[in-house]
Design a protein around this ligand. Structure first.
Ligand code: NAD
Length: 500
């Protein structure tokens, strides 16, 4: 039997770091294990990159930008390579799905979609925009005219988190390369495998050397070094608030551009007039998909008082029937947490919720579908609580839902906006006017009406307030990977010189 017919992770090619179009070991020769959170087994030894490796990767990316063909190619030519990568992602989608499922614990039924169809769609979308990124021409005051060019920025440093490894790297790599930049990617130290595989696919697609480089390792090692490197023009970061703030501070020394996509504590509002069966389905999936390890997880559920008990009871029944299981099993809806630190963080917040008086109505315990003490599994957990509790204010990033009652529309809006975050929100109601009024009042980058977790490469995504700044996806993101240059031209006819 092959790996693809079993629940085993795929065999991993241990190539090291991808720098200047070549595979190489870490400069100091170190490796570290990447571990399967479902059973604690080592999947592969990964190169433990350092500042020296970042320096080599940035120099390669710099050379590719300053001297190589990529920024000088037409958008149409860049588009062909991005389209070829999309085809290769679809060809190898099963392997890509198994890599992230093994590395991170997200169920295979999700990674098959995320790492196949959806990731390919992101590369195709930006392949389409590669030839559309143009400037403008202006008639101006005084003699002459001006045209404004849209040019690539230079070397991009992309730093990504553990939770959606392949897709979140695609949302940075695809627009950055489409615009003609070169890039150094530092994936999460705990989920680096699909990033290495994507580098292999780019090489196969014919990407010129040095345009994409991948350095694995920790935040304290290659992460900090990438942010500090003077050869990097922009950092595109997705991750936690504390690290995002560190990166903003550190980037000031070299005056880099920075975009930061950070955490969330998103509110999902259910009015009494909602289509309740559908609303309950979206509320459940909104938090428990990915074991709550999704930045946009609907971790605060605001329910209008007349249906509060009915909604809580239905969620509890659903949660008790959906215990986490083997993520390689296509029937599994909820897998393990991604690593031990996540498990400890979630367990700690459950203790906090109990200490601050929230009522635990479901879950709250670890779970071991593969035998005692095997894997970082946690039950779907539901608290009845208040918005001012720590479990309702802080990002837990795990399968923990706090359900909060409300009476009026104004109260729902105030509660929904009543955290430091502003990433996403949801509203469930059969009243169309109420739905749009609430959506307009949300201080969040996304609002879903009678749905949740919808996502498309063409629709802008990002946060407000403490959830970060800058946007990903959509056509607008091309402007965050380009710079403007104004070129003034004297027109002899206008300045009195005449023709000829
Ligand atoms: P994290 O901030 O711990 O790590 C993210 C990345 O930053 C990793 O690659 C890490 O190695 C690197 N890093 C750590 N310290 C660094 C430093 N000082 N300098 C440079 N790089 C450093 O986040 P995580 O635990 O991997 O991911 C979870 C977080 O990501 C959650 O807060 C979640 O909400 C957020 N997230 C946000 C979005 C979004 O689009 N807004 C999407 C996914 C995840």
């Amino acid at each position: 039997m092959t790996d693809l017919q079993t629940h085993r992770p795929p065999a991993v090619t241990q190539d090291g770091l991808f720098v200047g179009g070549r595979w190489t070991g870490a400069a100091h020769g170190g490796v570290y294990p990447t571990v399967n959170p479902a059973d604690g087994t080592v999947i592969a030894e990964v190169a433990d990159g350092s500042a020296a490796d970042i320096d080599a990767a940035v120099r390669a990316a710099r050379r590719a930008f300053d001297e190589g063909p990529w920024p000088r190619m037409s958008g149409h030519e860049r588009s062909r390579i991005l389209l070829a990568v999309a085809d290769l992602i679809e060809r190898d989608a099963e392997e890509l799905a198994r890599l992230d499922t093994a590395d991170m614990g997200k169920p295979i039924s999700f990674t098959r979609v995320e790492n196949g169809l959806v990731a390919a769609a992101v590369y195709r979308y930006y392949a389409g925009l590669a030839s559309q990124s143009h400037g403008s021409t202006h008639d101006c005051m005084g003699p002459g005219f001006a045209y404004v060019l849209r040019e690539p920025i230079g070397v991009i440093g992309a730093i990504t988190p553990f939770n959606v490894p392949l897709l979140l790297s695609a949302t940075k790599i695809a627009p950055a390369l489409a615009a003609g930049n070169t890039l150094v990617h530092k994936p999460s130290e705990t989920t680096p495998l699909s990033a290495l595989k994507i580098a292999r696919l780019f090489a196969e697609a014919g990407l010129p050397e040095g345009v994409l480089n991948v350095v694995t390792g920790t935040g304290a090692g290659p992460g900090i070094a990438l942010v500090a490197h003077p050869g990097v023009d922009k950092i595109a970061f997705t991750g936690s608030n504390l690290v995002g703030q560190d990166i903003i501070r550190a980037s000031a020394d070299t005056l880099k551009k920075v975009s930061v996509e950070l955490g969330g504590k998103s509110a999902n509002i259910v009015f009494a007039d909602a289509y309740l069966d559908e609303a309950i389905e979206h509320a459940f999936n909104g938090i428990f998909i990915g074991s709550g390890q999704i930045c946009i997880a609907g971790s605060r559920l605001l329910v209008q008082r007349p249906v509060y008990d009915q909604v809580v009871d239905a969620l509890v029944e659903r949660a008790e029937a959906t215990m986490p299981g083997d993520p390689m099993d296509p029937a599994t809806l909820i897998g393990p947490l991604a690593h031990q630190a996540q498990f400890e963080k979630v367990s700690g917040y459950v203790r906090t919720g109990l200490r601050e008086g929230a009522e635990l109505v479901s879950g709250g315990q670890s779970h071991h579908p593969q035998g005692p003490d095997s894997g970082w599994y946690f039950q779907p957990t539901i608290f009845k609580g208040r918005n001012d509790m720590q479990i309702a204010q802080e990002e837990i990033f795990g399968p923990v839902l706090t359900v909060i009652p409300f009476d009026t529309d104004d109260e729902a809006v105030a509660l929904a906006n009543g955290t430091k975050f502003g990433l996403a929100s949801g509203v469930h109601t059969s009243d169309i006017k109420r739905a749009h009024a609430v959506a307009a009042a949300m201080r969040a980058g996304t609002c879903w009406i009678n749905t949740y977790h919808q996502w498309d490469p063409g629709i802008s995504f990002g946060g407000r307030k403490a959830s970060g700044y800058g946007r990903e996806l959509g056509p607008e993101v091309m402007s965050s990977y380009t710079e403007l240059k104004s070129v003034w031209v004297d027109l002899p006819a206008r300045s009195g010189g005449g023709i000829g």
